[in-house]
Design a binder for this molecule. Structure first.
Ligand code: ADP
Length: 501
């Protein structure tokens, strides 16, 4: 009975050994046993894996011959650990060197075993070279796209379905001035202005139904508190079932673009008003040129038949005055064109400005009386002479005084003063007239510009005077400026260099 049992046991053991042997022999994994540092067994897959025609080419060879030098230490340590622990070690990745010298990536698990009574190690090996290469290729392509993503000129970010930032590119990070760790995991609304936050909260739920939303405008807030306007395109991402899982957004900083658009709009409006102005200029200039002729013509006609000497004289005076006015206008036009072409040559001399101011104010005396205007002239004591052209200086003063009368009220006041300021003398012409609206001040010295350029304007003129005055003053090396309050009056001031003598 006992013998029978033993036989059955032996048979079973033989049977199971045979099964195990076949399992090992035909396993698709490479299986090898090494003992005392040498290969003592290799199955068919193992031989193929190592590039051998049969296992015989490998048996007896040092096991380390097949391990890449970079992994010698790892393998030695693992063999030792396996023996000490007495059970299978963990799966590790290493590199083998095949018989033909080709290096392959393998995944190995080592199990303690025995061979002819000696301690041995059984290893199960899988060639993972193809998988590794595919992983490498994937990593490379991911890095390439990440690179593109990060260096794109636009800002990219991804949100989950709760509006939390799950990813963003480097452009986004730079634009808001935080570091990436301070961004990921935070709600997008932390980076928006209050108004944009409200818009986001209103719009985000709508993304459940819409696939894309384009040209949204949001204002981002940088870490330093400053803000910038961006144009956003949003794409929703849905699960198979159709529920929103998140969004991907491209934002573009449009601050500069808006500025350019604004500048273009202003330039367009300026051009348009310039165009309108052009029409008015022709009308104004012709009107200004014709009016004195008409006045002079009728005054002369009347004078021809006038018997009364006093009245005749008055009529002739009127004609002279009208023609003088016309002469000034023609003078302005000629000077403006000469200045524009840069052909006006000025000869400078040393001039007593105080004396000039007094004599020109005296010229206007009849007008002051007629318009019941008060004048005051303040010349600083010891005022030095200025370096100027006599004719042009008179033109400048006449023009500015004329304006302060023309744009003044009956009974108004004009104050003139001259004082030394460093290396220049400053002349101020102040009036109590209609003043100039703030928005028109910067244009007042432009050629043909008139604060009131409408066809129904009250005041005559061509809009040339101040532009000629400014050009002449600048040709003298001086500067002109104006301060004004609408309805209160204007204060024109200009400088001329002190003469050297
Ligand atoms: P014009 O007097 O022939 O219109 P100017 O070049 O001398 O041309 O002046 C341009 C414009 O500047 C005037 O049309 C007027 O609107 C404004 N202006 C000039 N001087 C004065 C002033 N003293 N007070 C108010 N407005 C003035």
């Amino acid at each position: 009975m006992k013998n029978e049992q033993k036989n059955i046991k032996d048979e079973m053991s033989e049977e199971s050994e045979e099964k195990y042997r076949k399992l090992v022999e035909f396993s698709p994994y490479g299986i090898a046993i090494h003992s005392r540092g040498r290969v003592v067994y290799v199955n068919a897959s193992g031989a193929e894996l190592m590039g051998a025609k049969s296992a015989d080419e490998l048996i007896g060879k040092p096991m380390m011959d097949f391990v890449h030098p970079d992994y010698h230490e790892v393998v030695k340590k693992r063999a030792q650990e396996t023996q000490e622990r007495g059970n299978a070690g963990r799966l590790i990745e290493e590199k083998f060197v095949r018989l033909d010298g080709q290096v392959i990536d393998v995944e190995v698990v080592a199990i303690p075993s025995t061979h002819q009574g000696e301690p041995a190690t059984q290893v199960i090996v899988q060639n993972i070279t193809d998988r590794k290469q595919a992983e490498e290729a994937l990593k490379e392509s991911e890095a390439k796209y990440r690179n593109l993503y990060d260096s794109a000129p636009d800002m990219y970010h991804s949100l989950n379905n709760e509006g939390i930032i799950v990813d963003c590119n480097e452009t986004w990070v730079k634009a808001v001035g935080y570091i990436k760790d301070e961004i990921i995991g935070r709600p997008l609304t932390d980076f928006l202005t209050k108004e944009s936050k409200t818009l986001f909260e209103k719009d985000f739920p709508k993304l459940n139904k819409e696939k894309t939303r384009i040209n949204l405008e949001r204002e981002y807030v940088r870490k330093d508190g400053s803000t910038f306007l961006a144009s956003l395109n949003v794409i929703s991402e849905f699960e198979n079932g159709g529920t929103l899982i998140g969004t991907k957004t491209i934002s573009r900083d449009v601050t500069e673009q808006r500025k350019i658009e604004g500048a273009l709009k202003t330039a367009y409006t300026d051009l348009k008003s310039l165009d309108e102005l052009k029409g008015n200029i022709i009308a104004n200039v012709t009107h200004e040129l014709r009016t004195p002729i008409t006045i002079a013509e009728s005054a002369l006609e009347l004078a021809m038949d006038e018997e009364d000497e006093k009245k005749k004289k008055e009529l002739l005076g009127m004609a002279i005055e009208a023609l003088t006015r016309q002469n000034t206008i023609v003078g302005d036009l000629i000077e403006a064109s000469q200045l524009g072409m840069g052909i006006l040559e000025l000869e400078f001399e040393s001039i007593d400005l105080g004396h000039n101011l007094d004599s020109i104010v005296a010229e206007f005396e009849p007008v002051f009386i007629k318009r019941e205007m008060k004048t005051e002239v303040h010349i600083e004591k010891g005022l030095p002479s200025v370096r100027a052209n006599q004719k042009q200086l008179e033109h400048i003063l006449r023009n500015l005084i004329n304006n302060s009368i023309k744009f003044n009220k009956k009974g108004g006041k004009i104050t003139l003063s001259a004082a030394k300021k460093g290396k220049v003398v400053e002349v101020v012409i102040k009036d109590t007239g209609i003043g100039i609206p703030k928005d028109k001040l910067p244009k007042i010295f432009d050629r043909f510009y008139q604060a009131d350029s409408s066809t129904v304007r009250v005041y005559g003129g061509t809009g040339l005077g101040l532009s000629v005055v400014r050009d002449l003053i600048e040709a003298h090396g001086g500067e002109i400026g104006v301060e004004s309050r609408e309805g209160k009056g204007s204060r024109f001031f200009f400088t001329l260099p002190v003469a050297r003598d």
